[in-house]
Design a protein around this ligand. Structure first.
Ligand code: LLP
Length: 386
């Protein structure tokens, strides 16, 4: 690993996101095994990572695309994902986007009565509607990424479904959809939601379901237990003729890292500040969700201290990790952060007029492939009119 990362640094510099094709494919294989015996339509949630080179790998392994915006649709299109494998999600679909996307995708998850009102007047061909149900189930995850409670903005409340079905007798409605949250590490919220789903499905004779994503990965010791999922959740899904899945984090999170250079090692009063050449502009999850991304120093010294790893941006919130007892690294050496392949680059920004980083893929046969160039200063100002 060390060798190849040094090679990447010398060829493409840092900051850089590095992805592992082998890991992506292993995870896809795991998913397929878990759903054995079920007619599964797996999709990848592009919000987790929108690089078409990666989406193409997933598509060639059988995955379609879950999109929220026209921008994400374009990513799927560049990757070659055909319309039959595209699902459109979102609580704020605009009329313009509906008209633009309606013949380019197959599945739409309807978020509200109000959205359905708009679709009533839009002619579609071969589109299938799934009703996103808000089951009021606690996913037991971070409040920012919990979506299945009645206080959350998403979905049609389960208790209002009967009213919905009475109001809209639309034969494009083929099933229901759930997505109760992200980074879920317990099985019971899935069971609770899908049991509610089963009741609804039997009542209205729906034989299709979209079960969303949400599988939690191991950032800090806890992760979803897929044996338990197979044992307890899959049997509920056996009822259906078709099950759609929208996974983001599980596939890409552990399949990528963020590689940075240590610009400075600064002695503070009661801790050491390790200053890297990227911060919350590149990986916002630590400050936004209090998330832990394990750091690995390529050149640690023998001395330990309480450490903050911080970026170069002009505010104190710009940190990747804080108050942790770690070996002090050497200045001008490399550090990488694990589990950064999902919601890393896709949530990055240009704060302080910094450039979006390069993205590199390590292929199955250990070749290094550049899959996104680092942004240039020309890119940064290309839309300016003086
Ligand atoms: N389907 C829908 C409708 C979603 O809203 C999401 C994620 C997914 C699928 C994929 O979920 P996953 O398998 O990745 O858990 N930025 C946050 C995560 C936000 C997730 C939003 N929705 C983070 O960095 O933790």
């Amino acid at each position: 690993m060390e060798e190849i990362l040094k090679k990447i640094e010398s060829e493409y510099g840092t900051p850089v996101y590095v992805y592992f094709e082998k890991e992506i494919k292993n995870r896809i294989k795991n998913v397929k095994e878990i759903f054995e015996g079920i007619n599964l339509i797996p999709t990848f949630a592009l919000k987790a990572n929108n690089n078409p080179a990666l989406i193409k790998i997933m598509y060639e392994s059988g995955f379609g695309a879950d999109i929220v915006t026209v921008g994400e649709y374009k990513g799927a299109e560049i990757a070659g994902v055909p319309k039959e494998k595209i699902v459109w999600n979102g609580n704020g679909k605009s009329k313009e986007d509906m008209k633009f996307l309606k013949d380019k995708i197959k599945y739409v998850n309807i978020d509200s009565f109000e959205e359905m009102e708009l679709w009533k007047n839009i002619k579609t061909e071969n589109i299938e509607f799934f009703l996103r149900v808000n089951p009021d189930v606690d996913a037991k995850t971070h409040p920012h990424i919990s979506t299945g409670l009645k206080k959350n903005k998403f979905g049609i409340p389960a208790v209002k479904l009967e009213e919905f079905m009475n109001k809209y007798n639309d034969n494009r409605i083929k099933g229901i959809h759930f997505h109760i949250g992200s980074q879920i590490t317990e099985i019971s919220p899935f069971i609770d939601a899908f049991k509610i789903g089963l009741e609804i499905s039997k009542k209205y004779n729906f034989k299709k379901i979209n079960i969303g994503g949400g599988w939690g990965i191991n950032y800090d010791g806890k992760e979803i237990n897929l044996n338990e999922y197979k044992e307890k959740v899959i049997p509920i899904l056996k009822y259906y003729d078709e099950v759609i899945l929208e996974l983001g984090r599980y596939i890409m999170g552990p399949s990528g890292i963020l590689l940075l250079n240590i610009t400075r090692v600064k002695q503070g009063i009661d801790k050491v500040f390790v200053v890297t050449n990227g911060g919350m502009n590149l990986l916002i999850r630590p400050v936004l969700y209090n998330a832990y991304h394990e750091p690995v120093f390529l050149n640690p010294t023998g001395k330990k201290a309480k450490i903050d790893i911080v970026g170069p941006l002009c505010e104190s919130g710009d940190k990747l990790l804080w108050d942790k007892e770690l070996p002090i690294p050497e200045e001008n050496s490399l550090v990488y952060f694990k589990n950064a392949g999902a919601y890393g680059f896709s949530m990055s920004n240009n704060y302080n007029s910094t450039l979006k980083p390069a993205e590199v893929l390590i292929t199955e046969n250990e070749e290094i492939k550049l899959i996104r160039k680092r942004e240039s200063y020309e890119d940064l100002y290309k839309n300016i009119i003086l």
